[in-house]
Design a protein around this ligand. Structure first.
Ligand SMILES: *Cc1c(COP(=O)(O)O)cnc(C)c1O
Length: 340
């Protein structure tokens, strides 16, 4: 029985649901996965996550298909990225099989919390690993916890895609050769201040440039850029300090192999941005959100697709990928994972 929630007005917020899945890493090995009800974490006041931000995370969604199945989208990719993230912060890796099993256990246990088909809502899933043991000298934690939590969230767009206005930030999200390419909580701590500033000034997001030369486009605080040239080529910025978005890589694959479009993953000079026909940001939450304007220190770059709706290429990409996710368009083998 589905819970009695106002499914159409969920928004994006934490909500405590019945179950979470945890495993603990002590003496060199992960415990078995456990389903628990306690929504609080118990840890040392000197835990490595509190003192030195030793934590990495993932984000993915579970949803219902029209025929009532519970599915997730490419969870193996999230598993791989969490391993890369953990490795970079000297944390134990959660093997792919264990990761996918934990996500499946969470979704199955909380099936009543997955929004019904047709509401556009999903169960947002947040797997994370954190250093949990007293750590005062600068070393990795002695113990770790892997926890997978979930919460029902509403659709990102309620009445069609709405273009956003963003600004070019004078601050940096990630250093060259730093941790920008892993999903670490510390990267988000870095972008809180400029993010709040942008919102206070009336912008939806920041465009971060490369920290070394400030001449190339990187990404926003939590989504990758995707541009469309006037002759219809998809261009996405390439840099070692951009987080490799699974949505962006899926869209590129769809564009090239299903829609027969030309795609380029390469460094994108900021100077080139005013020449594009369409622009957007992509990530799990919205899939794609179109950009209408980019404010560069008071100078507006107006994207030709405008402020009323997404451009035709971005709309097509969005429709195709969401169609694959919902099962109405046949996608590549293995992209839609059924929770059993
Ligand atoms: C998670 C994240 C993204 C989007 O990645 P998806 O896998 O598409 O959800 C983009 N940028 C940053 C910095 C992120 O943390």
């Amino acid at each position: 029985m589905a819970k009695n929630l106002d499914w159409d007005n969920l928004g994006f917020a934490y909500r405590e649901i019945d179950y979470r899945v945890v495993a603990r890493y002590t003496e060199g090995a992960w415990s078995d996965l456990q389903i628990i009800t306690d929504p609080s974490v118990h840890m040392s006041e000197c835990a490595a996550v509190l003192q030195y931000s030793q934590t990495v995370f993932e984000g993915l969604k579970a949803y219902r298909t029209e025929d009532g199945r519970l599915v997730t989208f490419r969870p193996d990719m999230n598993a791989q990225r969490l391993m890369d993230s953990a490795d970079r912060l000297v944390m134990p890796k959660v093997p792919e099989e264990m990761f996918v099993k934990a996500v499946d256990m969470l979704v199955k246990a909380n099936a009543d919390w997955v929004p019904p088909y047709g509401t556009g809502g999903t169960l947002y899933i947040r797997p994370f690993i954190f250093g949990n043991g007293p750590t005062i000298s600068i070393h990795p934690a002695p113990e770790f916890e892997f926890r997978v939590i979930g919460m029902p969230v509403g659709p990102y767009f309620k009445n069609g895609m709405k273009p956003i206005v963003i600004k070019v930030s004078d601050r940096d999200r990630a250093a060259a050769h730093g941790t920008g390419d892993i999903k670490a909580g510390l990267n988000y701590a870095m972008s809180l201040y400029p993010g709040e500033q942008a919102v206070a000034e009336g912008f939806a997001e920041n465009m971060y440039l490369d920290s070394a030369t400030r001449t190339y486009v990187e990404e926003t605080g939590g989504a990758n850029f995707l541009f469309v040239t006037k002759d219809g080529t998809i261009v996405t910025p390439k840099s070692d300090s951009i987080l490799p978005s699974i949505t962006r890589r899926s869209l590129m694959y769809v564009a090239e192999n299903i829609l027969g479009m030309k795609v380029e993953h390469r460094p994108v000079p900021f100077e080139e941005v005013s020449e594009f026909a369409e622009a957007g940001v992509c990530g799990t939450a919205a899939v794609i959100c179109p950009i209408g304007k980019i404010n560069d220190h008071g100078k507006e770059i107006c994207i030709p697709s405008g402020m009323d709706a997404a451009g035709p290429v971005i709309q097509k990409l969005y429709d195709t990928l969401t169609g694959i996710q919902m099962g109405t368009i046949e996608g590549p083998e293995g992209w839609v994972h059924e929770v059993k």
